[in-house]
Write a protein that binds this ligand. Sequence first.
Ligand SMILES: [Zn+2]
Length: 383
Amino acid sequence: MNSEVKSAAARAADHRIARIEGAAPGPTLVVVGGLHGNEPAGVAAGRQIAPLLRQLAERLRGDVVLLVGNTRALARSRRYVDVDLNRHWTPNRLESVASGDGDTVSEDADKCELIEEFHDARARSRGDMFVIDLHSTSAPGAPFVTLGDTLRNREFAMAFPVTIILGIEEQLEGTMLSNLNEQGMVTLGFEAGQHEDPASLANDIAAIWIALVTAGMLEPADVPDLSEHRRRLELAGGGRRFVEIRHRHPVRPGDGFEMRPGYVNFQPIARGETLASDWRGPIRADESGLMLMPLYQALGDDGFFVARVVRPFWLGVSRVMRRSGAAGVLHLLPGVRRQIDNPNVLFVNTRMARFFPLQLFHLFGFRKMRWTDDWLTVTRRPD
Ligand SMILES: [Zn+2]
C-alpha cells in the first residue's frame, strides 16, 4: 500500500455510525451502506436516520446497528481499493485471512472489521437478525431489491413496493449477504438508484423505515410519514414484481469492454440487439429481456445483466413445492444423487436427467453451484 492509502486506512476504520438499543427486546436490524466506496448514499442515509431512531428508542423493539462498509474505498470515492469487497466473502478467502496466509489486500481489513461488527451485533441480539445492504448503480433507473432466494427473504422483500430480483446469487460469488444468509440471517440488497442522484438517499431512508416496520420493530404509526416513504418507492420503483436473472456478462481486465450509451435499468431489450462491445467485437443479446445494471463506470466485473419477468403463477408453484417436503425425495429421480453428509447438495447427471434440471430445481429452492460437462451441482438453504 502506498502512504496515501495507508493514511486513508488509518482514518477510515470506524464502521459504526450508531447502535440504537430499543426499550423492548426484539430483532436486530443491521444496515450497511457504502460496501462499494463510490456509493455514499447508503452511508448518508444511516447518518440521517440515526438521530431520529435515538428519539424513537422508547418505542423500538430490538436493536438497530448502522454500519459503513468499505471505509477505505469511501475515503477515496472509489468502488474499491484493491478488490471488490462484495465479491470477497468466499469461504477460502475468509479462512486464509483468518489464518494469516496469503496476500492481504485493503479489503481484507474492512472485511475483518465488518465480521467483528456482525459478531458483536449477533452476540447482543435479542431476537432474529435482519440485514439490509444499501447500494446504488452507475446507470439511472428505478430502485429495486436483490434477494438470496429463501422463503423468509422473499417474505421480507414483499414489503418493498419495487421490483424484486431473483437469482443474483447464482451469478455472483462471495457477496456479503450470501455469507450472512448462510448464517441464518434474513437479508435483502437494496439498489437505491443512480450514485449521484439525490433521490437515491431518500429511497434508502424509505427502505430503512419499511424494513423496521416489516421486521416488527416499530409500529407503522411510530414512523414519521411511513405512507410517504411507501408512496415514494412505489412511484420510483414502479410497483412490486419479480424478475429473474437470465444472463450475466462478465468483464475481465483487458477486455476493453464498453457499454453502448443510454441504457437504464429495466429497459426492454430485443434478442440480437447490440448492447456493448469489447476487443472481440459487438456483444449482442442472446435473448429478449430487461437490461439490468449496465456498467458505466471504470471499475467492476459485471458488464450487464439480462433479466426476465417471473409470472406470479410460478412463484406460487415454487412456494407450494418448497413447503411440500418433496425436495427431500428429489434424489430419487433418475440421474440425481445426494451428497452423503449434506442432503441440501444434489448432483445431477444431465445426460440421464432428461428434464429441465435447473428450472426444476429452482422451483424447489435449489440454486446452481456449478455446471460442468454432464454434471450439475445444486444446493439450497433450508427455508
Ligand atoms: Zn454496490
